[in-house]
Design a protein around this ligand. Sequence first.
Ligand code: CA
Length: 427
Amino acid sequence: MPLTANNPNRKTWLDTPSNTDFPIQNIPFGVFLTRDDIITIGTRIGDFAIDLGALHQLGYFNGIDLTDDIFLQDTLNDFISDGKKTWRLVRNRISDIFLEGNPELRDNAEHRKQVLFTIHEIEMQLPVQVGDYTDFYASKEHATNVGSLFRDPENALLPNWLRIPIGYHGRSSSIIPSGTPIRRPVGQTKPGDDGVPGFGPSKLLDFELEMAFITTDTNDLGKRVSVEEAEDYIFGLVQFNDWSARDIQAWEYVPLGPFLGKNFASTISPWIVTLDALEHFRAEGPKQDPEPLPYLQQSEKKNFDIKLQVAIKPENSEETVIANSNFKYMYWSMSQQLAHHTVNGCNVVSGDMMGSGTISGPTKAEYGSMLELTWRGQNPVKLNDGTERKFINDNDTVVMRAHCEKNGLRIGFGECSGKVLPAVSFE
Ligand code: CA
């Protein structure tokens, strides 16, 4: 099916800012609360949120095989279950409705009033009910840096890393939409000389600059997905801040891996940008050496050129951009991750979320965590207000942004931000 919505020459009759993350070629999907306090599935063009439930009730999706209530839900899980053909028909139709020269909705004031909201009138919700969340560890630079800091610089990369897309099962209940504040976690830390573990608010609170992809129903239990089919099952992507407490992590992670140092919060950007919308931005991934086993070998470009940025905004002060990275640095592609996830017959379902792992680039300015940027606090980062950070302070807001840009076409993800509130007192 042609992706007519991707045509870079298309323009919309809506009034949109020139440098928006959400041109008519994006058409992401999300869930929001309207000005009338009704929850609905929607999309966004420029600074307008568009109520897909209302559009459907008014007949704008006639001819597409959709249940009556498919957009009148508080998650996208059922729509995502409908599969790629339906996603494409709907995305193409939305593009047609808002295409310059199409008077159908443009000239119907009554319909426009029911369908269109400004972005300031709505409140974004979690777009999917995340049944299961898996986090990978797919950036070679990040794995090498963390291996050096936590273990042994001489053997930073363990022998399995170049063979397996390493991952672990995370916690889905604490995935929250951008704008939701988080509490500094409390926990145990490594014992000092007296052999007794420390206990209290984390002193080494960090972010992890990641992307995450959201799947449809992929495989029945016992079946698997091939690397070449994998993209058919990927609905889209969000930005992902996998908040991490490094001091809690360092004490607890042996031998079973991350637990309370990671599962207290993960922040996502609320609009899911479809994999289809990223088609123009395919990129080569890093060369894989040694050659992966056959079930992980891929033929085409499966990486995507998505520019990533992270900034710290102290309370009552301007923000400072502290790192820029790129999703194309991922050593293991999303397709390889999904093929690996299912190779043992593990079933993946609609709304599952797969984090990429921290995406660090080859240079210091491209590191995707404070752990790496400050080399565990040895080289603090200077902010524009004159203060320094080794890790994240109370009342700091961490802001992540992501966008693709090529030949004048920009597709972005908006913002993924979260403010750190002080730890809950135990008095
Ligand atoms: Ca992570």
